[in-house]
Design a protein around this ligand. Structure first.
Ligand code: CA
Length: 230
């Protein structure tokens, strides 16, 4: 089947690269492997993969620099692979145009979920098809009527809360950084992360049965928020 998505794995550690590669092959993807940044650049240009899985710790060049180089001319979906504790690196990668991230060590299920969501999201962007409603686990957001419904009951949200919910739900499954959300909701010159936190707490109080264990809007510690998918 030639329409299997082509995934370029950029990873210098052979055992990890082989592990990801066989996992992808057995889950309906065609994997390609690059060990260095240079190899990745040339393989990206010649194979035009559907998605790049980019390890940020590479031997010949900084993964962040490689990300910038690729983003300068290509919109290919990129999921970065970063080590635990390097939240700032993840935020930087996301703000430079990476689509999502996984943290090492990661499980098969998590990696496949990130890849699936990222590919689906990029296809949706390309088709320019806008959904009229968002629905996941009993939560419904009707974009035309501008209402939020939870388990059949309308929930009253403020205009700012609604804006945050629309942004997150239109990117469901994808992590959005604090900075990205703040700039999209309050404008390009704002940097008020505290206001976002307050609004998010209010949204959770309205939507989540247990705000400490959110079901709809998940916290990515040190990075941002992710809305659950249906
Ligand atoms: Ca590495």
């Amino acid at each position: 089947m030639e329409n299997k998505p082509l995934v370029l794995i950029v990873e210098d550690e052979e055992s990890i690269s082989n592990f990801i590669s066989s996992m992808l092959s057995s889950n309906g993807y065609r994997p390609l492997k690059a060990k260095t940044g240079q190899e990745a650049t040339s393989m990206n240009a010649s194979y035009m993969p559907d998605l790049i899985l980019l390890d940020l710790g590479l031997p010949d060049l900084d993964g962040i620099d490689l990300l910038k180089q690729i983003r300068a001319w290509s919109g290919v979906p990129i999921v970065v692979v970063s080590a635990r504790g390097l939240e700032r690196e993840k935020v930087e990668a996301l703000d430079l145009g990476a689509d999502d991230y996984v943290t090492k060590p990661f499980g098969t299920h998590e990696l496949l979920a990130r890849i699936r969501t990222t590919l689906r999201h990029s296809q949706r962007m390309q088709s320019q098809k806008e959904d009229k409603v968002f629905e996941a686990e009993g939560l419904k957001i009707d974009y035309e009527r501008r209402v939020v419904v939870l388990a059949g009951q309308e929930v009253h949200v403020t205009p700012i809360e609604y804006k945050i919910l629309v942004l997150l739900s239109q990117n469901a499954g994808k992590v959005l950084t604090h900075d990205f959300i703040v700039k999209r909701v309050w404008g390009p010159y704002s940097n008020n992360n505290q206001t976002l936190r307050v609004n998010m707490a209010n949204i959770r109080r309205k939507l989540e049965a247990d705000p400490a264990k959110p079901r709809y809007i998940l916290t990515e510690v040190g990075v941002g928020y992710r809305m659950a998918e249906e």
